[in-house]
Ligand binder design. Sequence first.
Ligand code: NAD
Ligand code: MLT
Length: 530
Amino acid sequence: MKILVSDSLSEEGLKLLKEHADVAYMPEISPEDLVTEIGAFDALVVRSRSRVTAEVIDAASNLKVIGRAGVGVDNIDINKATEKGVIVVNAPHGNTISAAEHAIALLTSLARNIAEANNSVKSGEWNRSKFTGVELTDKTLGVIGVGRIGSEVARRARGMRMKILAYDPYVSAEQAEKTGIEMVPFEELLRQSDFISLHLPMNPSTRHLIGEKELAMLKPGVRIINCARGGLIDEEALCRALDEGRVAGAALDVFEEEPPGKCRLLEMSNVLVTPHLGALTREAQTNVALQVSEQVVKALQGEPIVSAVNVPALMPETRAALEPFLPLMRFMGSFYLQMFGGTADEIELTYSGEIASMPLSPLTTSCLIGFLHHVVGDGVNWVNAPYIARERGIEVRETSTTERKNYSNLVTMTVRAGSEAHHLSGTLLNGDMRIVRVDDYRIEIIPANYMLVTTHLDKPGVVGKLGMLLGSENVNIASMQLGRKTAGGEAMMVLQVDEKMTPRAVEKVKDLDVIESARFVVMNSGLFQG
Ligand code: NAD
Ligand code: MLT
């Protein structure tokens, strides 16, 4: 395995990667060289300098995983990575404390004009009244985004006896109350806060969250701290609000463009700036490098990962509970496609019994992998199976009921294509995979590498005639299951055979007068893994 590290990474992280792979350390590689070099690598590890664009991912013919040593993944084209089946992992916890402490440092420095006062004294001045500050005690801090960093900031600010208001559309008031945070609507936070600190991700919907309109709503004399991402604030609009004194000061660790180049904010005395230092502590850099390196190695080794951005992360105990069902789901997906073909408008999976209370999306994805593997080959994986299904116009639906019908766990797969629909039901019987229904046939199909599936009319002599033919074709039968709709009616037979049958031999089976249809189903044993 070959790993390219295209940004600076701490020694500890590099050491861990080198224990498992050949590592090329190119912390200053240019964007152009990244595109030309990436094709040779299985994994790419970046911080925030490298931009992993669609062009880079398109050129990355061997890439399996991108690791981001940090939280924000806005420098990675996640959609493109997902489309190409590349796992993206980050290190979401490693720099939380450092970023929160930096936000608090900016908050206190801004309140007491520390940076300007420092410059003034060092330049020989002794002007005390010019740097008169404000107290934090009893002031209101509005925290936008109360995830990991936002809640640590809130906790520390409460320790300084500030009142905390927070806005986060994805955190419930009950959750927030537990940490002593009062959730308020966005506009209320803007109107009531003496200080505002941003701690949310940058994406198309949060870009310029604080723009002209929002700045106009702020309490006069408010101070703003941004230690999250530059584009969250419209910098031009912020300059105007600072010019007019509506905003008393801003402390910025991040900028719309980094480095910011010629930016008016840098010339303003009431703006305190740092060069994206939030995560730059010895502790955080070691933490994120170790966390991301560990996840990249796990992803390359096909082991469960906990911080994937574009695949659902599972707790080890949940994964252990799901694990026996994943091969069953792949078996069903693959069996279905080989029986009925790959045309589908909709795949519906109905989960009943105990399985219904498990996280369903990994099960559904496993079934899609089994199904799509025949359509797109090895290119389908955990990351892109739902994407490929959507791209092919297949709507995937999940329904669940904890009610048990005959089986403690049952999954029914219904595939609709135009006016046609077919069904398969599968279960685990004492831990063994079984398909227990195919359309209206009740049967107990045992998975095997090679299976001959026929339909016929239920009458004496069918098994004998088929057995004779297979004997003459030198095909050895390992086992057989029969299912029928009614006695004497339509029936299904599944024969597990020891070797692959030739298309000519299958045609001869179809030509037997007692046989209505025949399909040869091949189960790739690799498909049952993971
Ligand atoms: P997190 O995912 O734990 O928290 C982000 C929170 O933002 C979540 O609770 C989410 O619900 C909320 N959110 C999403 N959209 C929102 C919206 N429109 N309005 C309000 N809230 C919204 O992430 P985190 O680890 O706390 O990191 C937060 C940000 O800080 C990220 O952008 C990250 O890149 C940045 N960061 C910067 C530095 C630095 O060096 N300056 C260091 C670490 C992280
Ligand atoms: C992050 O998102 O983790 C931070 O911006 C830190 C960084 O990459 O420097």
